[in-house]
Ligand binder design. Structure first.
Ligand code: 5GP
Length: 181
């Protein structure tokens, strides 16, 4: 698909309409699976912002919302592999059904860290919901229960995902021109 929207993009890989349809389906699936369980959605900042907002508008069960912010990319394109928490949850997740909402699972190191960190807090369950998956980059196994799209090994931006803090506001997902990196 040609990137006739933002001039810095080489191509669009997931259109606005495709995102909307898939996120609606994920919201409905989660609502079905979590009926009567009042899950707590944990958004992984900052990339989850647009996905989480659209997802929650398609969730019809009672639920609560909290955020966590790990750091590992430091604004670039390669994971440092070292994950630490810049912001922790405000709520206790003891005995709660936790749904972690992440923009993209790449090496899996961030999600792996979050699963073991949150797992020590005695939740009833932890489920991973990721918009994007790049399985060819995996270094640590991650059980993704709800997945939007699988991608090749390309660095993508838009719909919450950034490159040096830009492009998060694009309503679609695309690949940057080499000249912009
Ligand atoms: P992982 O620890 O799985 O390697 O990386 C997870 C985090 O890296 C994601 O939450 C996201 O912030 C960032 N990331 C991984 N791949 C991409 C990508 O293709 N584009 C952008 N913008 N961020 C990515």
């Amino acid at each position: 698909m040609p990137a006739d929207n933002h001039p810095d993009l080489e191509k669009i890989v997931i259109s606005k309409d495709a995102l909307k349809a898939r996120v609606r389906a994920l919201g409905r699936e989660i609502s079905r699976d979590f009926t009567g369980r009042k899950p707590i959605f944990v958004g992984v900042l900052r990339g989850c912002a647009l996905f989480l907002s659209d997802l929650l508008q398609n969730v019809t069960v009672d639920c609560s919302l909290d955020f966590i912010c790990p750091s590992s990319y430091e604004g670039g394109m390669k994971s440092t592999g070292v994950v630490r928490l810049l912001l922790d949850l405000r709520e206790s997740i003891e005995n709660r059904d936790v749904i972690i909402v992440e923009d993209i699972v790449d090496s899996g190191l961030t999600m792996n860290y979050l699963l073991s960190n949150l797992g020590t807090r005695r939740p009833r369950s932890i489920t991973v919901c990721a918009l994007l998956d790049k399985p060819s980059c995996r270094k640590a196994e991650v059980p993704i229960r709800y997945l939007g799209f699988t991608l090749d090994d390309e660095f993508v931006v838009g719909y919450g995902l950034d490159y040096k803090e830009l492009y998060r506001n694009l309503p679609y997902i695309g690949v940057l021109k080499k000249s912009r990196i």
